[in-house]
Ligand binder design. Structure first.
Ligand SMILES: [Fe+2]
Length: 188
């Protein structure tokens, strides 16, 4: 039998580097412009097209039995009143879970069940958020430094952005008068 070779990855907890860096995927505003509420603010920022977040994925088979893992960095910032966030997804294999370990910064882990229930966990350095099977998940950086977290999920999980790309999630996370506010998504 050909056994998959064990390997180490090194995360620098100050610089947020990932070594070996794996596949690096950038999500600019133009990759998710339709997901923000304030389309005027989107248009103002599109010429600059900021990187909203990036992630490093180790090269691991997308197969049952493996544990894929990823380090994500959401930069601090807002589009209008809405904080920088990940696109959010369900898993293609819906009955698979995930764990997010926060390394730096603060934010919210917004989850939505297939019955439209919403749960929000705080993300801060040291938090280990558990995303049970079936829940969609999105992370939002509500702080003023990079929100960095390490995620682990079953190899076969896959990503399903479909419903979220069309409707978003039921709640949005905004800043109003200096406060972090969770509101109903008017477009949902
Ligand atoms: Fe996931």
């Amino acid at each position: 039998m050909n056994y998959f070779e064990p390997f180490n990855t090194y995360i620098d907890f100050d610089e947020f580097t990932y070594e070996p860096e794996g596949e690096v995927i950038l999500r600019n505003l133009s990759n998710m412009d339709y997901m923000y509420q304030d389309q005027e603010a989107v248009n103002d920022k599109l010429s600059e097209d900021p990187v909203i977040y990036k992630f490093h994925t180790a090269d691991i088979p997308e197969e049952e039995g493996h544990l894929r893992h990823v380090m994500s960095i959401i930069y601090p910032g807002k589009i209008g009143n809405e904080f920088y966030m990940t696109k959010g997804h369900y898993h293609e294999e819906e009955d698979t879970a995930e764990v997010y370990f926060t390394i730096n910064g603060k934010g919210k882990l917004l989850m939505q069940s297939p019955d439209q229930d919403i749960k929000i966990l705080e993300m801060k350095k040291g938090s280990v958020g558990y995303i049970p099977p079936y829940w969609a998940h999105r992370c939002i950086n509500t702080g003023d430094e990079p929100l960095v977290f390490f995620g682990v999920y079953p190899g076969e999980a896959g990503h399903n952005y479909g419903i979220i790309e069309k409707k978003g999630m039921k709640k949005v996370v905004l800043e109003k008068e200096g406060e972090v506010i969770v509101e109903k998504n008017p477009n949902y």
